[in-house]
Design a protein around this ligand. Structure first.
Ligand code: KG4
Ligand code: ZN
Length: 371
C-alpha cells in the first residue's frame, strides 16, 4: 500500500521527463508472454472510483467505491468527486489485485479512462495509471469511457452472448445518451445523441422535483411499476433525426407539479406512482422511437444497451417487445457491467493489448473526448 502511495506522489513528478525509450522497453515485455494477459482497468470519470483485473477477457475482480457524499447535494459535485477519488484509488486498486489473487508484478498492462468525464476526476485515474505503468514497466492503454460502455458486451461471461458486428449500441446513463453504430471493436460511429440533458439526468432532476432522493432513477422505476402510465400525458420533444432532448420534459414535469400543487398541496404525495409511471412511459417512448428509427435507417436489428438506465424495467420490457414486434435481437450486459465500472475499461484494455495499441507517458486526460 505504501508502495502505491509513494508511486502516486513520486512518479507524478517524473512523468514530464519520460522519453520514448520507456515505450520501447515494455514493447519487449509484451511479446514475452502473449498467452496469459492480465489487464488492470481503472475508472474515475465521474463519481465512482473503480478498478478491475481481467485475465484473457474474463473478469477476476471488479471493485467499485461509490461516493455517497453527493447524495446530500442531489447531484455530483466535481470538486468533492476528485477528492474522494484521491482517497479511494489506492485501496480500490489494491483490493482489485487482492481479489484477483495476483500481484502487481503479474500485470501485463494498465488501462485507464482518459475521458470523457469530469476533469478533476479523470486526472486522478490518469495520473495513477501513468505512474503504475512507469513503475512496473508495463504498457499503458488509454480508454474512451463511452466506447467502454459498449465494449462491456465483450466481457467473457457465462450466459451472456456477445453481439455480432455490426450492431447498434444505446448508452443511457446519468451522463450519457447516445446511439452508436458499431462496425467493429474500434470502428464506431455516433449516429445520435442528446442535445441537452442525459436520460438519467431527466430521471434524477425530475425525481428531485418530486421530492425523491438522489439518484432518483431506481425509485421512479419502482414506483412506475405500481402506477398507471397513461394517468398523465407529457409531450415528447420533437427532435430531428436520431438526436435526443430531455430538458423540455423535465421542465414540463416541473410546471405540471407546480400547477397541480396549487390546487392540491398533497397532489404529488397522493399521485406519486401515477406521475412516475407516466414520466417513465414518456421517457421509454422517446428512447424506443429513436431506436426504431435507427434500426430502420441502418437496417441493423441487433441492439445492445448499456449505462445505468439500462437497469430500468420499462426499457427492458420495451426491448423484449421489440424482439417480437420488429425482429430485434437485444443484448443487455450483466448489471455490474452496465453502470460505471472498471471491468469495461479493462476489457477495452485487453482488446487494445491484442492489437498492441499502447499510449505513452505524454498522454493527458480529456474531459470532452469523442468516440
Ligand atoms: O451508468 P451510471 O451508474 O452512471 C453514470 O451516470 O455514468 O448511471 C447512473 C444513472 C442515474 O441517473 C440513475 O438515476 C440511473 O442511472 N438509473 C436508473 C435506474 N437505475 C439507475 N434510471 C432509471 N431506472 C432505473 N432502474
Ligand atoms: Zn458512464
Amino acid at each position: 500500500m505504501i508502495f502505491f502511495i509513494s508511486l502516486y506522489v513520486r512518479l507524478n513528478s517524473k512523468i514530464g521527463c519520460l522519453q520514448a525509450d520507456h515505450f520501447q522497453i515494455y514493447q519487449r515485455q509484451v511479446s514475452m508472454n502473449p498467452q496469459d494477459i492480465y489487464i488492470l482497468g481503472i475508472e474515475s470519470s465521474c463519481d465512482d472510483t473503480a478498478a478491475s483485473v481481467i485475465h484473457n477477457g474474463k473478469v477476476l475482480s471488479n471493485v467499485v467505491a461509490n461516493q455517497s457524499i453527493h447524495e446530500a447535494y442531489g447531484g455530483v459535485v466535481p470538486e468533492l468527486a476528485s477528492r474522494a477519488h484521491q482517497q479511494n484509488i489506492v485501496p480500490v486498486v489494491s483490493q482489485a489485485l487482492q481479489q484477483a489473487h495476483i500481484t502487481k508484478a503479474q500485470l501485463s498492462a494498465v488501462a485507464f479512462t482518459r475521458g470523457p468525464g469530469l476533469m478533476g476526476s479523470l486526472l486522478v485515474g490518469t495520473s495513477f495509471a501513468k505512474s503504475l505503468s512507469y513503475a512496473l514497466n508495463i504498457p499503458l492503454i488509454e480508454v474512451n469511457h463511452m466506447q467502454a460502455h459498449i465494449l462491456a458486451h465483450f466481457i467473457e461471461e457465462e450466459g451472456f452472448e456477445k453481439p455480432e458486428f455490426p450492431f447498434l449500441a444505446m448508452t443511457i446513463s446519468g451522463g450519457h445518451t447516445q446511439i452508436v453504430r458499431v462496425n467493429n471493436y474500434f470502428d464506431l460511429n455516433v449516429i445520435g445523441e442528446t442535445i441537452d440533458d442525459a436520460v438519467g439526468e431527466a430521471y434524477d432532476k425530475s425525481g428531485k422535483n418530486l421530492g425523491l432522493g438522489y439518484p432518483a432513477g431506481p425509485e421512479i422505476d419502482r414506483r412506475a411499476q405500481l402506477g398507471n402510465p397513461k394517468a398523465y400525458k407529457f409531450t415528447k420533444p420533437k427532435v430531428a433525426g436520431l438526436n435526443f432532448s430531455f430538458s423540455g420534459l423535465k421542465t414540463a414535469l416541473l410546471y405540471f407539479v407546480q400547477r397541480e400543487t396549487k390546487n392540491n398541496p398533497n397532489f404529488v404525495k397522493e399521485h406519486l406512482n401515477d406521475i412516475c409511471a407516466s414520466l417513465q412511459y414518456t421517457i421509454i417512448g422517446i428512447l424506443i422511437d429513436k431506436l426504431k428509427l435507427a434500426s430502420q435507417e441502418t437496417g441493423i436489428k441487433r441492439i445492445a444497451i448499456g449505462g445505468g438506465v439500462s437497469a430500468n424495467s420499462g426499457i427492458r420490457a420495451a426491448l423484449m417487445a421489440g424482439e417480437k414486434q420488429f425482429g430485434w435481437k437485444t443484448y443487455v450486459p450483466k448489471f455490474e457491467y452496465t453502470t460505471d465500472n472498471a471491468a469495461m475499461i479493462a476489457i477495452v484494455g485487453y482488446l487494445k493489448y491484442l492489437e498492441q495499441d499502447f499510449t505513452t507517458q505524454e498522454i493527458t486526460a480529456s474531459a470532452r473526448l469523442k468516440i
